[in-house]
Design a protein around this ligand. Structure first.
Ligand code: TXE
Length: 457
């Protein structure tokens, strides 16, 4: 096996560089460095760790444009989205820089002494990242883990390692001690698997497919190590007839076609109350046609290509014999983008039970289905193994509350499609995952509680 990977620009299908494929021995060496570095890192005064994370945040802020341009080339993200992603990493670091000084334990009343709890870091945390949001998902793991006093070894996805490698360099330039945050590139079956089996990696954070996540969790169970899983989704965008239909239709393309649908929170099913179904489709068509698919380097682009040729064929497989209602456009032909992995945004009319209505496509494909009433909407929304995100469009407050409580998903929004704010919890139910990331408690999730009793008599 070659000891490097060739990276491809998905917008042009041209090679853009090579990165190292680490061996098990190299992972073990990184973990050994992390073990040593972590002891010193956890021993620093809380304010020193906070300061180090703040300077890491400032270093990222100072390199937003460079990181964004790397993501455009390596992942095909539109430049506007890529800038948002790089800035988000800085914000996540800034937010969790507040954690070292706030990880308070408890003092619990006991007879004959003093009882206190400490939030102890696990030690070394392994973070395994997918290719769809290489920077942001990485930061959701490494920022709170570092804040809690852990060292982090991070494995980016094989296809999209460039921004993670740069973040590792920026951490060092910003003064994070050597070995505290290391980026190890390589394959999932070697590097990722070694994070799972290595006895000194004491917690694993995995984002990716439900099938690999299940194996990672089984491996972690054998080693009795905790694991956080962020997996797939098939989120519903539920539109009631009493909703602001114009607004719901205008925002629906962004909710599913952002990042070419390669988003675990993509609202890839639109469930519409039967009485509003025809009107909603009429309003949706121009919104989809107006969705700008093209060169990710252009400021006005809404959507770039899919990540790889093989992923595009998987997505196309879902469209065989689909009832396509309408499509947007995508680059084709002889220009420099002609060879890229393009697929136009596609709206299909689906039946309950269809693959397209229940399985994650992870591409720019949305299935529209009618429902009869509130109970039917909840039933249909829950008719999938997943439970990550979802949206509810209605002007009826009571209904919004009832449906939000009835849909089994970790992250819901009413009359909007928001899923990710770094200061609110994020994560899925059912086959969408285990545990929560982000929000006020994330740093604590990278600690275990120690209870100490001091006798006073
Ligand atoms: O994911 P994988 P892939 C879904 C989406 C997509 C499908 C496949 O439907 O089409 O998964 O994507 C590492 N031990 N999502 O193949 O294989 C791997 O190197 C440890 C949803 O890219 O799960 C990469 O770093 N690690 C999702 C990461 O796991 C292993 C995001 C994810 O890869 C490993 C991505 C192993 N045995 C895909 N095998 C979301 N929730 O957003 C692989 N990896």
């Amino acid at each position: 096996m070659s000891d490097t990977f060739t990276l491809i620009n998905p917008a042009t299908a041209q090679p853009i560089g090579e990165v190292a494929r680490a061996s098990v021995d190299q992972v073990d060496a990184a973990v050994a460095r992390a073990v040593v570095a972590q002891r010193a890192w956890a021993g620093l005064p809380p304010v020193a760790r906070a300061d180090a994370l703040r300077s890491f945040a400032r270093a990222v802020e100072g390199h937003v444009e460079e990181l964004a341009q790397l993501e455009v080339r390596n992942s095909g993200h539109p430049i506007g989205s890529a800038r948002w992603e790089a800035s988000h990493v800085a914000q996540v670091l800034n937010f969790y820089a507040g954690a070292p000084e706030r990880l308070s334990g408890q003092q619990i009343p006991v007879a004959g002494g003093l009882d206190v709890t400490f939030h102890e870091p696990y030690g070394v945390v392994g973070v395994i990242v997918p290719w769809n949001f290489p920077m942001t998902i990485a930061s959701w793991g490494f920022a709170p883990a570092l804040a809690a006093g852990n060292a982090v070894v991070l494995k980016p996805a094989e296809l999209t390692p460039l921004t993670a490698i740069r973040l590792g360099e920026l951490a060092l330039e910003a003064g994070l001690p050597d070995g505290v945050f290391q980026v190890v590139t390589g394959s999932g079956s070697v590097v990722g698997q070694r994070f799972v089996s290595h006895p000194d990696v004491r917690k694993v954070v995995f984002t990716g497919s439900t099938s690999v996540g299940t194996d990672v969790a089984a491996g972690c169970a054998r080693e009795l190590k905790p694991v956080t899983l962020e997996l797939g989704g098939k989120s519903a965008n539920i539109v009631f007839a009493d909703a602001d239909l114009e607004k719901a239709a205008a925002s629906a393309p962004g909710a599913v076609f952002d990042n070419a649908g390669q988003d675990c929170c993509a609202r890839s099913r639109i469930l519409v109350e039967r009485s509003a179904y025809d009107r909603f489709l009429e309003l949706l068509e121009p919104a989809v046609k107006a969705w700008r698919v093209g060169d990710p380097a252009h400021e006005a682009t809404d959507m770039g290509p899919l990540i790889s040729a093989s992923h595009r064929s998987t997505v196309q497989g879902f469209l065989e014999s689909a009832d396509v209602a309408f499509r947007g456009s995508a680059p084709a032909g002889d220009g420099p983008l002609g060879e890229g992995f393009w697929l136009p945004p596609t709206v299909v009319l689906a039946e309950r039970g269809d693959r397209l209505a229940r399985e994650e496509v992870f591409g720019p494909v949305v299935a529209v289905l009618p429902f009869d009433d509130e109970a039917d909407a909840i039933r249909l929304a829950n008719d999938t193994i997943y439970g990550l995100a979802g949206s509810i469009w209605t002007e009826n407050l009571g209904r919004a509350v009832r449906v939000a409580r009835g849909v089994k998903s970790g992250v819901l929004s009413v009359n909007s499609h928001s899923s990710v704010r770094y200061w609110t919890p994020f994560g899925g139910m059912k086959a969408s995952g285990l545990g929560r990331e982000l929000g006020p408690d994330a740093a604590e999730h990278f600690t275990e509680t120690k209870n100490v009793f001091f006798a006073t008599e």
